[in-house]
Design a protein around this ligand. Structure first.
Ligand SMILES: [Zn+2]
Ligand SMILES: [Zn+2]
Length: 137
């Protein structure tokens, strides 16, 4: 893994750098994430707030009251709509970054048993059959 890790939104207006290895790569299967991603789960990197730097653009902030009763704030590109990250949790120490917004996601799909198992559960539709993926665009 090379540092910084870099990523951004679809259109490139928002860009970020991460200066450390993520503490955790986690998946979330909540219904909010399913609606946001149109998928069975979403993936996020847990990084310390000090290691995350927005290097381009100003995010549009979208607030939503979670089922837990906590107000969440998503950082979204106002041009292309990509959800990048959120306002830090855990007293401002940790931040969740949307894993799919990394420039290089190859290491996410490496030999992680948990990711392989979940993609298997999805039938590998997009991974193995790009013609279906492209037709749906
Ligand atoms: Zn954008
Ligand atoms: Zn979720």
């Amino acid at each position: 893994m090379k540092f910084p890790l870099t990523g951004g939104c679809q259109c490139g207006k928002l860009r970020y750098e991460i200066m450390e290895a993520p503490r955790l790569v986690c998946s979330c299967h909540c219904t909010d994430c399913q609606k946001m991603t149109s998928s069975a789960f979403s993936m996020a990197l847990v990084v310390t707030e000090d290691a995350f730097h927005l290097t381009a653009g100003e995010p549009h902030l979208v607030q939503r009251l979670a089922d837990s009763g906590r107000m969440t704030t998503r950082w979204v590109c106002s041009d292309c709509g990509t959800w990048l990250t959120g306002t830090p949790r855990m007293g401002g120490v940790l931040r969740l970054v949307r894993a799919g917004t990394l420039d290089d996601t190859s290491w996410l799909a490496g030999d992680g048993p948990f990711l392989d198992a979940q993609q298997a559960a999805l039938g590998h539709a997009t991974r193995r059959r790009p013609e279906i993926r492209d037709a749906a665009r």
